[in-house]
Ligand binder design. Structure first.
Ligand SMILES: Nc1ncnc2c1ncn2[C@@H]1O[C@H](COP(=O)(O)OP(=O)(O)O)[C@@H](O)[C@H]1O
Ligand SMILES: N[C@@H](CCOP(=O)(O)O)C(=O)O
Length: 309
């Protein structure tokens, strides 16, 4: 039996729409991610369990894990009969890369089970394709960090999909999921299809500046560059209380704050645990909308998808 855990991720990280992503894990050791296990069986089956199992599609063939199994078998050229189990610990439509967690855990588990017939590059390509089926267009900013860990920049040139960017070890990432759903496909559909030349120039300056600041170890500059002009101005309307929650987070000591993926999860970066705890308190009291919501203080998850059993 192979069991794989795949961690939550922050798509875009404000400044890199579709091209920057970060994997995160709570500092209290809890697992914020999905697990998929695979064992030999006479025929394919999928069992689902976990806190958010009731948010999955009722038709098992609509579950992305089934589609992962099917595409994996097609790619390796043989039908592999397995019993798969998905522990759905991630809320669906949360902005925490929930579908990516299932996709990454399922494909890594299948690859391990089958004796690693696919390379890292082949697996990542499949992950992007499956994520594209769900959100309407291929983007790797959740699957790449979820699979490979850390802060990842999508390159998609010269046979390279993604490469790591050095982040700042002192940063805490406070993740607040309010408990409501935002569909990634819908949050993508409301974005403009054209941007002005001024926006393009500013976006290039911010993203280039952020990556430069990471490589030259200038944390203050990196934080200053974390501005989202591509998605946030248009998506804020989908996130009740986001603008106020951001103001409260900054007032409580956060260095930066933005939408995680397409939301509704918000992330806030702090450079001390004291500040992270103060931000967490503000978000628990003012951003959560129901008892499905939660706030976790996280660190970057540098390991990515990994074997649990
Ligand atoms: N294993 C799965 N995990 C999450 N979503 C799934 C899964 N299988 C199918 N889906 C469907 O994929 C869509 C995921 O929605 P999306 O807004 O992209 O979520 P997220 O941003 O959290 O990944 C939902 O319609 C959901 O029903
Ligand atoms: N770059 C994508 C990221 C979507 O992340 P998700 O966690 O909301 O699926 C986007 O912003 O659309």
């Amino acid at each position: 039996m192979v069991k794989i855990y795949a961690p939550a991720s922050i798509g875009n990280v404000s400044v890199g729409f579709d091209v920057l992503g970060a994997a995160v894990s709570p500092i209290d050791g809890s697992l914020l991610g999905d697990c998929v296990s695979v064992e030999l069986a006479e025929a394919y089956s999928l069992t689902t369990l976990g806190r958010f199992v009731n948010k999955l599609p009722s038709d098992p063939e609509q579950n992305i894990v089934y589609q992962c199994w099917k595409l994996f078998c097609e790619t390796v050229g043989r039908t592999i009969p397995v019993a798969m189990t998905l522990e759905k610990n991630m809320p669906v439509g949360s902005g925490l890369g929930s579908s990516a967690c299932s996709v990454v855990a399922a494909l890594v588990a299948m690859n391990e089970f089958a004796g690693k017939p696919l390379s890292e590059h082949q697996l990542l390509s499949l992950m992007g394709e499956l994520e594209g089926r769900i959100s309407g267009s291929v983007h790797y900013d959740n699957v790449a960090p979820c699979y490979l860990g850390g802060l990842q920049l999508m390159l998609e040139e010269q046979g390279i999909i993604s490469q790591p960017v050095p982040a700042f070890d002192e940063w805490y990432w406070v993740m607040a999921y309010p408990g409501i759903k935002v569909s990634t496909a819908e949050a993508r559909a409301i974005l403009p299809s054209h941007y002005t030349k001024a926006d393009i120039v500013r976006h290039g300056r911010l993203l280039g500046g952020f990556i430069h600041a990471c490589h030259s170890r200038q944390a203050k500059l990196a934080v200053a560059m974390m501005q989202d002009i591509v998605a946030e101005p248009y998506r804020t309307q989908l996130l009740p209380g986001f603008a106020q929650a951001r103001e409260r987070s900054i007032a409580a000591g956060a260095l930066a704050c933005g939408i995680s993926g397409s939301g509704p999860t918000l992330f806030a970066i702090c450079d001390t645990l004291t500040a992270a705890e103060q931000v967490k308190e503000q978000l628990v009291n003012h951003y959560l909308q129901n008892d499905e919501g939660f706030v976790h203080i996280c660190r970057l998850d540098t390991a990515g998808a990994r074997k649990l059993g």
